[in-house]
Ligand binder design. Structure first.
Ligand code: GDP
Length: 177
């Protein structure tokens, strides 16, 4: 990366939300650093990571915020959502309860974030297909009803992570410009 020397056209704040242990931190580090870390909670306290990329011929700096564990204490604050143009709402395909809580997270977003926020629903850990507890069709139907973009990803293999973020950033671009 050439850091500050790069001309940035837009900075987009994106928040990553969802239940604890669904893989939020790993999805984020897969996208920003192409890394997966088995001992993940070393990142606690880090507020956001960035990646600069080209979206529709513009240089976009994605500033992606991690809850840093706040969700465990139901203490995700409105400051976290302030100015966010996009949200990655992550659940774990092997844990039904994390999908059952998705509707609550959407309500939280509608209450605290900007009305025009673009939301992607992310079913993570598809590498654990043999332990799947959430059928793809259930999530797809929910996403359609709620107007969310839907992807199934694996932070471990990297499957679909890049595609999900790029889709979200392209949709933000078409909303804000
Ligand atoms: P967070 O609490 O939502 O930020 O979740 P983490 O990113 O800390 O991940 C929780 C656990 O799930 C960790 O043990 C990760 O190694 C693991 N994990 C995260 N993403 C994946 C994935 O795509 N596949 C598998 N098999 N494990 C994952």
């Amino acid at each position: 990366s050439n850091g500050d020397r790069e001309k940035v056209d837009y900075v987009y704040k994106v928040v990553v939300i969802g239940d604890s242990a669904v893989g939020k931190t790993q999805v984020l580090s897969r996208f920003t650093r192409n890394e997966f870390c088995f001992d993940s909670k070393s990142t606690i306290g880090v507020e956001f990571q960035t990646r600069t990329l080209s979206i529709k011929s513009k240089v976009v700096k994605a500033q992606i915020w991690d809850t840093a564990g706040q969700e465990r204490y139901r203490a995700v604050t409105s400051a976290y959502y302030r100015g966010a143009l996009g949200a990655m709402l992550v659940y774990d395909i092997t844990k039904r309860h994390t999908f059952d809580h998705v509707a609550g997270w959407v309500e939280e977003l509608r209450a605290h974030a900007d009305n025009s926020i673009v939301i992607a629903l992310i079913g993570n850990k598809v590498d654990l297909e043999e332990k799947r507890a959430v059928p793809t069709e259930d999530a797809m139907e929910f996403a359609e009803n709620q107007n969310l973009y839907f992807f199934e990803t694996s932070a471990l293999t990297g499957d679909n992570v890049e595609a999900a973020f790029i889709k979200l950033l392209e949709e933000i671009y078409s909303v804000v410009s």
